[in-house]
Write a protein that binds this ligand. Structure first.
Ligand code: SAM
Length: 297
């Protein structure tokens, strides 16, 4: 695809230094795209040039650079800046109860299975992979906990853990804090909101009882996974859209391996399973799959 270089006047992202990012030419865009591919398997098509220019302008300014060629040289030799570039180019959009048909399914179909498992003394493990700032994992936690003390008793009595991971450290910090603005918590049904959030400053914080269920960690999904146990439920939604087919196929196969037989996988509305994962998983709802070879854990 042809495109003209992006002029500096189009960028208005923050930053305080006097330097202003110059144009982003095709060779520099391609160099950045290659680094994103090798670092995070994020696939940047050339139509994203304006977005990349806008998101990286602040990084250039922070280093007092005006030319993208100098920034590319910096990123090639400086691992810290490379990581910062990856984070700057991730999209962290999320919200509570996003694609809420997944949570209806979780409550109606999966929750009774998880409760039975926990009551039998078995561990229950749930993973929000590509969790962004935590709205997804806390939505899951609220669905597991229900609306009151009694409905949440099984969580206190059983060995139930939720893992939330993302490549971007700043969003992982947000999960650990569990603090959300008034506007952010609006999609949460009021019964959950009044039970599982408490007002703090100009926003709301998730109560300790739910936060303590959640472990938040920085993890690049294409690195080695440190978890030893298999998972009962994996949510990886609106993450794989940023990867190419080879990376998606590879990652989905790893999710299947990581799921216990009878475990459930939830993916985003525009995503689909491919390759070995498609063969190993049975669709049981809109973008909901169960790992065959086990009758519910
Ligand atoms: C659009 S958010 C989706 C958040 C949530 N799952 C949802 O559906 O609302 C995508 C997240 O995936 C993360 N991500 C992208 N590439 C990643 C990778 N290679 N490893 C881990 N996380 C990644 C981004 O940092 C971002 O927070």
């Amino acid at each position: 695809m042809k495109h003209s270089a992006i002029p500096l006047a189009s960028d208005s992202a923050g930053g305080s230094g006097p330097a202003v990012a110059g144009e982003l030419g095709l060779p520099e865009f391609r160099a950045i795209a290659a680094i994103m591919q090798s670092e995070a398997r994020i696939h940047l098509v050339e139509s994203k040039v304006v977005l990349v220019h806008s998101r990286l302008s602040r990084r250039l300014r922070e280093h007092g650079l005006t030319r993208f060629s100098d920034y590319v040289a910096l990123v090639r030799e400086d691992a810290t800046e490379r990581a910062a570039m990856v984070v700057a180019l991730t999209t962290n959009h999320t919200h509570f109860f996003r694609e809420d048909h997944h949570f209806d399914h979780l409550r109606q179909t999966v929750l009774p299975q998880l409760q039975a498992r926990a009551r039998s003394g078995a561990p229950v493990r749930i993973w929000s992979a590509g969790c962004s700032s935590g709205e997804e994992v806390y939505t899951i936690a609220m669905c597991l906990a229900g609306e009151g003390q009694t409905s949440a008793a099984w969580l206190r009595q059983g060995d139930v853990k939720l893992l939330a991971t993302d490549i971007a450290p700043h969003v992982v910090d947000s999960v650990a804090r569990g603090f959300y603005s008034a506007a952010t918590v609006e999609p949460i049904p009021s019964a959950y909101r009044s039970r599982w959030l408490r007002p703090e400053g100009d926003g709301h914080v998730v109560v300790d009882e739910l936060r303590e269920l959640v472990t938040a960690r920085v993890l690049n999904l294409f690195d080695r996974w440190p978890m030893r146990q298999q998972y009962d439920v994996i949510f990886c939604r609106n993450v794989m859209i940023y990867f190419d087919d080879k990376a998606k196929t590879e990652l989905e196969a790893r999710f299947v391996d990581m799921l216990a037989p009878g475990g459930h996988l939830y993916i985003g509305h525009s995503e689909r399973l491919m390759g070995p994962a498609a063969a190993a998983m049975e669709p049981v709802g809109q973008t909901i799959y169960v790992k065959t070879g086990g009758a519910g854990r």
